[in-house]
Design a protein around this ligand. Structure first.
Ligand code: ZN
Length: 265
C-alpha cells in the first residue's frame, strides 16, 4: 500500500472563540480538511505546550484541555474526542533521538486549544488519531527547524504535521476589529514573502531581519511552530519555498495566515 505524502502545515489559530465562529478562516480550515483527505495520524505542534525539552504526548485518549479563562461557557463544553497516537509518538521520539535531539514522552498530556480548535475545523469527526509535540520558548528558531527536519520522514508515512501558532501575536495590542495596524501588516507581509522565497536564513533570524518583530512577537512561542513546519517540509536538500494557503485578520492585529511546506500532495 502506498501512503499519501502530506505537507507540513502552519496555521494561525486566533482566539479560542474561533471554535464558535463562522468566518473566512473557519471556512478555509473546513475546506482544507476536505482537500487534504484523511491522514493516518496527525502530529500537532502547538504554541500552547511549552517545555524545556521537546516532549511528545503518547496519551491513548488525550483529554480536551480548556487552557484559557474568561470565555463563553459553551467553549468549555467542547470536547474533541480524537484517539491518541502512541505509535506516532514513539516514531517522533526515535527520529529525534537519531538526530541527537533530546526528547521526552508524556503519557498524560491532552490536546490544548492551539490543537483542538483548528483540528475540530479540519476534521470535525475526530476520526484521525493525534499526538502533540511541545515547543521550547527558551530555544531559538534554528532548534525548532532542526526538530522539523528530523521529522521529515513522517510526511512520507501518511502523517500530517500540523503546526499551530500565530503569524502575529501581541495580546496587549488586540482590539475589537478594524483594519490591521501598520506594524502587523508589515510583519505579516515580510514573513509571507520570505516563506514564498524559501529564505531560510532570514526566517530563522527573523528577530534581526523582520520589520516590527518585537511588536509582532513580544515572546517567540506563537511563531516557533512555524519553524518546525519549515524544517519538516524542507527535507535534506535544503529549504523549499512554502505556499500561501490563507490570509485574514482577527481582533485587529492577529494575522490568521496559513502556509504549507513540502511536497504538494
Ligand atoms: Zn494561541
Amino acid at each position: 500500500m502506498s501512503l499519501k505524502r502530506y505537507p507540513a502545515l502552519f496555521v494561525s489559530h486566533g482566539a479560542p472563540t474561533l471554535a464558535l465562529e463562522t468566518n473566512d478562516t473557519t471556512e478555509f480550515l473546513r475546506r482544507l480538511g476536505g482537500e487534504l483527505g484523511k491522514p493516518r495520524a496527525i502530529l500537532c505542534v502547538s504554541a500552547h505546550w511549552n517545555t524545556a525539552v521537546p516532549t511528545v504526548s503518547a496519551a491513548e485518549k488525550p483529554e480536551t484541555i480548556h487552557d484559557f479563562g474568561g470565555f463563553p461557557e459553551e467553549l468549555y463544553r467542547i470536547r474533541y474526542p480524537a484517539q491518541g497516537a502512541p505509535a506516532l509518538a514513539a516514531s517522533v521520539s526515535a527520529l529525534l533521538s537519531e538526530a541527537a535531539i533530546e526528547c521526552e514522552t508524556s503519557q498524560g498530556r491532552g490536546l490544548d486549544h492551539g490543537a483542538w480548535v483548528p483540528l475540530r475545523l479540519l476534521y470535525p469527526g475526530a476520526e484521525v488519531p493525534v499526538a502533540q509535540l511541545s515547543v521550547q520558548p527558551r530555544l531559538d528558531p534554528a532548534h525548532h527547524f532542526r526538530i522539523g527536519r528530523a521529522l521529515t520522514p513522517l510526511l512520507e508515512e501518511g502523517v500530517l504535521l500540523l503546526a499551530t501558532g500565530s503569524v502575529t501575536h501581541n495580546l496587549s495590542k488586540i482590539s475589537t476589529g478594524g483594519s490591521p495596524p501598520e506594524w502587523a501588516r508589515q510583519f505579516d507581509e515580510w514573513l509571507g514573502r520570505k516563506i514564498l522565497e524559501g529564505s531560510k536564513e532570514e526566517l530563522l533570524e527573523y528577530r534581526r531581519h523582520a520589520p516590527y518583530a518585537q511588536m509582532a512577537h513580544p515572546t517567540d512561542e506563537h511563531l516557533l511552530p512555524l519553524f518546525v513546519a519549515l524544517g519538516a517540509g524542507s527535507g535534506k536538500e535544503g529549504v523549499r519555498p512554502g505556499r500561501s494557503l490563507h490570509r485574514d485578520w482577527t481582533l485587529g492585529s492577529l494575522s490568521m495566515a496559513a502556509y504549507s511546506f513540502g511536497p504538494a500532495e
